[in-house]
Write a protein that binds this ligand. Structure first.
Ligand SMILES: [Zn+2]
Ligand SMILES: [Zn+2]
Length: 247
């Protein structure tokens, strides 16, 4: 598997990165996981405008879906003619949300073939995908992707929960959000800190921890990294837009 980070800014685009979007590739199949604000730019820069074979949206917050709205134009009005409907795995409200955001009083069903996510395991292309509900104010799915004996777990947005620990168990790579700073009074049931991400990585015995969804304007990358390193002794780092990882 190969992971390419198209965007990793938490909650709103940062000065150095679009919002969440991760391209995961295996056997020539490209699965785009989340499609946040600004990441359509990175898609073109690092992979290609029509690269995705399928999309998985972990939840319907703007910073994870809005470029799936912009992408309607790319597919529907391509000069070479409309592209076939692209499979989109997402919470059940996705068709209405994307249509409403697009406006134009129509649907986006000509562009996307929607499949409603439910907790469980299912195939997407060559991947074995397991999703489960995590601890965030809207219906949100953490994701585990497996292929060829390797595994990638992506937390999506979440506070601590058992589901995330199960999804991350023994993952080769754990791509985990660390939106909040340690040592301050954070709201409950929303996001993780660097220390919490490190603790989950240790409990789940992952091979590598990649921190994401940091909020540049409100946080401190150095502080988050240090907090995570205090709780997890394996290899870790903070991801950047454009970075690629072989898993
Ligand atoms: Zn988010
Ligand atoms: Zn969110």
């Amino acid at each position: 598997m190969r992971l390419t980070v198209l965007g990793c800014a938490g909650s709103f685009p940062g000065p150095e990165s679009p919002c969440s979007a991760y391209l995961v590739e295996a056997d020539g199949f490209r699965l785009l996981v989340d499609f946040g604000s600004g990441s359509l730019s990175s898609l073109q820069r690092y992979v290609g405008l029509h690269a995705p074979d399928a999309i998985l949206l972990t939840h319907l917050h703007c910073d994870h879906i809005l470029d799936a709205v912009t992408y309607v134009v790319v597919r529907r009005y391509a000069p070479e003619g409309p592209y076939p409907a692209l499979p989109v795995y997402a919470p059940a409200g996705a068709p209405d949300r994307l249509s409403a955001a697009y406006g134009d009083d129509g649907t986006v069903d000509d562009v996307y073939q929607f499949y409603a996510l439910q907790p469980g395991t299912f195939p997407i292309g060559p991947f074995t995908v397991t999703v489960d509900r995590v601890n965030h104010p809207v219906e949100t799915y953490g994701v585990r992707l497996e292929h060829g004996g390797r595994s990638l777990c992506y937390s999506s947005d979440t506070a601590e929960c058992d589901a995330l620990l199960r999804l991350a168990q023994n993952a080769d790579v754990f791509l985990c959000e660390a939106s909040y700073l340690d040592g301050v009074d954070n709201p409950p049931d929303l996001h993780l800190t660097g220390r919490e991400a490190g603790e989950i990585a240790t409990k789940a015995a992952v091979g590598r921890l990649l921190l994401t969804h940091l909020v540049a304007a409100w946080g401190s990358e150095a502080h988050t990294l240090e907090s995570a390193a205090g709780a997890y002794s394996g290899p870790l780092g903070v991801v950047r837009a454009g970075a690629s990882y072989d898993i």
